[in-house]
Design a protein around this ligand. Structure first.
Ligand SMILES: [Fe+2]
Ligand SMILES: [Fe+2]
Length: 355
């Protein structure tokens, strides 16, 4: 990875200054001159390694409620181990010259489950062979990060990009120095590779057509900051790939519209954290309207989006891609969505291509 692709903490007056592959500080202003050039790629393919962070939503909610609610730190909750899985995606970035980069998004939660999905998908072998170019951790949340050992024991030197807002526990986990028997999280394999920590004023552009943006926001269960990936696909437009999207899908896409040069809405993949526990709130209708107005062509959603939101959004005309039945081959199945007339999630084993 090349350092030159990353400029950190420049003054606002330098917004828009760019050199080969460099993207400077982020535009707080909306002027066209401040937009950032991130380059272009040929296509982006996302493999859903696991979107089942938990198998039963009521049990997940009960764990949180019993521990004192959403303000309690995730490191102080005795999570029901039989209910947890984890979130991992593998992104294939095809560059304009036909070469490929492989980017792993997030590192799962339960280690047995994370090991299982890594072996089943082939990602485990790719890690052992050092074929994964970059690991991006979207945020510190248990289901996206705590399974880190499954990645590091296969490839401790993997280059990593994390938000710069991790709590001390998250930093210790990265250093292989954390064990917490109460909430069942541990890692004794230190990360030895390059580590890039993104702040809210950074935009990291590791490869042409790909950028990572960190949103410095407070998140439930004492987590802070989430970053997502943007890809600019030639002749198509911008694709956003997310972990949980706690920053909000509208915030994320409008940020891209205001800040990425040549923005054209195209696609979306990941957890959208709307009706995460299958509750409904009238504001979720607004999100359907807001996303509709953006004019995206292809949406693959799962994880904390809320099955109920995805179903309603699809019924109202959003281009939500249906998943296959491949997830039924996995050793554990989620309770959400069973018996529904159509599969509105891209689930474990599913693949979506943008390009
Ligand atoms: Fe999540
Ligand atoms: Fe999350």
């Amino acid at each position: 990875m090349e350092r030159r692709n990353f400029l950190k903490g420049l003054g606002a007056g330098l917004a828009g200054v760019s050199a080969a592959g460099i993207v400077g500080p982020l535009a707080k202003s909306a002027g066209a001159a401040d937009k950032q050039e991130i380059g272009e790629c040929k296509s982006v393919t996302v493999h859903c390694i696991s979107e089942t962070s938990w198998f039963d939503s009521p049990q997940m909610l009960k764990d949180i409620k019993d521990a004192g609610g959403a303000m309690v730190s995730m490191y102080d909750i005795p999570w029901t181990q039989s209910n947890i899985g984890g979130y991992v995606a593998l992104i294939e970035l095809e560059q304009l010259d036909g070469s490929k980069k492989l980017i792993q998004l997030d590192s799962g939660w339960n280690q047995d489950w994370t090991d299982y999905v890594m072996e089943k998908s082939g990602l485990g072998k790719q890690l052992e062979e050092k074929k994964i170019d970059l690991l991006v951790i979207s945020h510190e949340h248990e289901d996206h990060y705590w399974g880190l050992k499954s990645t590091l024991k296969r490839y401790p030197g993997i280059p990593m990009v994390v938000p710069n807002t991790f709590y001390p526990e998250g930093k210790a986990l990265l250093q292989g120095k954390y064990k917490n028997d109460y909430s069942h999280v541990e890692n004794d394999v230190p990360h030895t590779g390059e580590l890039i920590e993104l702040g809210p004023d950074d935009l990291y552009n590791p490869y042409p057509g790909m950028a990572i943006k960190m949103f410095d926001i407070p998140i439930m269960l004492k987590c802070r900051g989430e970053q997502n990936l943007f890809f600019k696909v030639k002749d198509k437009g911008v694709v956003a790939v997310t972990g949980c999207c706690h920053q909000g899908v509208l915030t994320m896409m409008h940020w891209a519209r205001r800040n990425i040069a040549g923005f054209k809405p195209y696609g979306l993949y990941g957890g959208l954290h709307i009706a995460a526990f299958e509750n409904w709130d009238p504001k979720f209708d607004d999100i359907i309207r807001g996303v509709k107005q953006m004019g995206l062509e292809k949406i693959g959603c799962n994880h904390c989006t809320g099955w109920i939101w995805a179903s309603k959004a699809r019924a109202q005309g959003l281009p939500i891609v249906l998943g296959t039945e491949k997830y039924r081959d996995y050793e554990k199945l989620p309770t959400t969505g069973q018996g529904a007339p159509e599969n509105v999630y891209l689930r474990n084993g599913d693949v979506i291509m943008f390009g």
